[in-house]
Ligand binder design. Structure first.
Ligand code: CA
Length: 227
């Protein structure tokens, strides 16, 4: 079955080009030019596998859309990729904090867009499978047995460090804000602060040894694993 993508973009030329290219690559797309209309479609039961969201919209902007979409528990939680102008760094941060999964800065190539779309659709699938083996850059993880290793060397990670590394390994190159990381951490039973994330990242780097530099700081935004 074809994956369905909702494109929320008020610039006709961009929206048409994106739709054309995604459809050419086997996706089914619907377009709307406003966040309000998109929310209505979703609340009426239209189902999608992914949302492409322009950040600068008239009326409800992309950040507001993310916030309202994620707050509505009746809606299925589907990945959101924001489309932004380079100047909107603070908006990128709030978008990620309000639940967007990734962002692409304009102007972008259709090839990059396609790769990001496929990556999101893949990572959504992987996370629903119990006990999968995942890996990137020679870091291997078994999410069922909570084991991580580099070559034959077992990494001794805390629960938080493991969760963070798992997020990174599932999506190399994707930037996670501190808030997004905090939302992903669970199981320790106590609130996680920004500072705790920074400490976990520092410890994770130490434990990665020669691969420490793979964990990159994206100034003003968050952290990511090198692509
Ligand atoms: Ca726009």
């Amino acid at each position: 079955m074809k994956k369905r993508i909702l494109i929320i973009e008020d610039e006709d030329s961009i929206a048409e080009l994106v739709k054309f290219n995604l459809e050419k690559n086997g996706f089914e797309c619907e377009r709307t030019d406003s966040g309000e209309a998109a929310l209505k479609m979703l609340q009426k039961g239209s189902s999608f596998d992914l949302i492409l969201l322009d950040l600068m919209l008239t009326g409800m902007d992309g950040t507001d859309f993310c916030r309202m979409f994620r707050a509505d528990t009746s809606l299925r939680q589907i990945p959101i990729i924001m489309l932004t102008a380079r100047s909107e760094e603070s908006d990128i941060v709030s978008g990620l904090e309000f639940g967007a999964n990734d962002y692409i800065t304009k102007p972008f190539s259709q090839r990059v867009l396609l790769a990001r779309v496929r990556a999101q659709l893949r990572s959504g699938q992987a996370s629903s499978e119990p006990g999968v083996k995942i890996g990137a850059h020679g870091i291997e993880m078994d999410t069922e047995f909570h084991e991580a290793k580099i070559g034959s060397k077992q990494l001794d990670l805390t629960a938080n460090e493991f969760e963070i590394l798992e997020m990174f390994v599932r999506a190399p190159g994707r930037v996670f804000s501190r808030d997004a990381i905090i939302k992903n951490l669970h199981g320790d039973g106590y609130p996680v602060t920004d500072r705790a994330v920074d400490v976990a990242i520092a410890n994770l780097r130490k434990k990665l040894g020669a691969k420490a530099d793979l964990v990159e700081t994206v100034r003003g935004v968050g952290y990511r694993l090198a692509k």
